[in-house]
Ligand binder design. Sequence first.
Ligand code: ADP
Ligand code: MG
Length: 248
Amino acid sequence: MTQQRLLDVRNVSKKFGGVIALDDISFHVQHAEVLGLIGPNGAGKSTLFNVISGLILPTTGEIVLEGCTLAGMRPDQISALGAVRTFQSASLLVGMNVWDNVHVASLFRSREASDAEAAVDCTARAIAYCGLQDRIHALAESLTIGEQKRVEIARCIATAPRLVMTDEILAGLNPADSESILEMLIGLKKQGVSVIFVEHDVRSVMRISDRVVVIAQGKKLTEGSPDAVARDHKVIEVYLGGRYAQHH
Ligand code: ADP
Ligand code: MG
């Protein structure tokens, strides 16, 4: 029996004037799966997240989340359906503390009872999951970069998501902070949540991903198991070069 797909991206294209940022991209995400999404700068990774999360409309194509087409939905509606993302550059609410940052996000969930008490509960659980209990009163702008990234994950978790999309969340982190983020993402999968992991740190991608999709210049180059993708000549040529293969 084939498992029902969580997300289906079907023939999605996005043009910005003359620039074709996404060119007929199709792939899917299963339940409780980490999908690595890699490709050179400008490949279209962030644009793809923008389209899936409803920030921008695709020029053509369709996105289906658990059988529901997302055409024309707003980001808050899509997050209430269970798909949330982090941003490549810091997106925390400055002037607000950690608790409030996560609490605001918890109000955008709708899969569970949406009363105020449940939101507080969701907030507390997300904060505990991300090890931020001691930092709830700290202002967003006072956090280390590692803490900021953990708050970003906590904000996702507080929405009771089915799909979390992370956009270069390891960038700028030291090895210990990277490791704790990776553990959190692996933990999400164990709880049945899926992750689309956009990351330049190929070793981390290969370690936590069940499958990997490679895009370049807006087109899907290939997809497959981490091992198959790491050995793929096209992928080595346009992205990996020798740098991953040599150490692998
Ligand atoms: P990646 O995240 O893989 O580095 P992006 O999705 O940011 O790539 O960008 C893909 C392409 O789309 C790039 O050529 C970029 O300049 C272009 N692009 C992205 N967003 C916009 C926009 N809002 N307006 C015009 N061009 C854009
Ligand atoms: Mg990007």
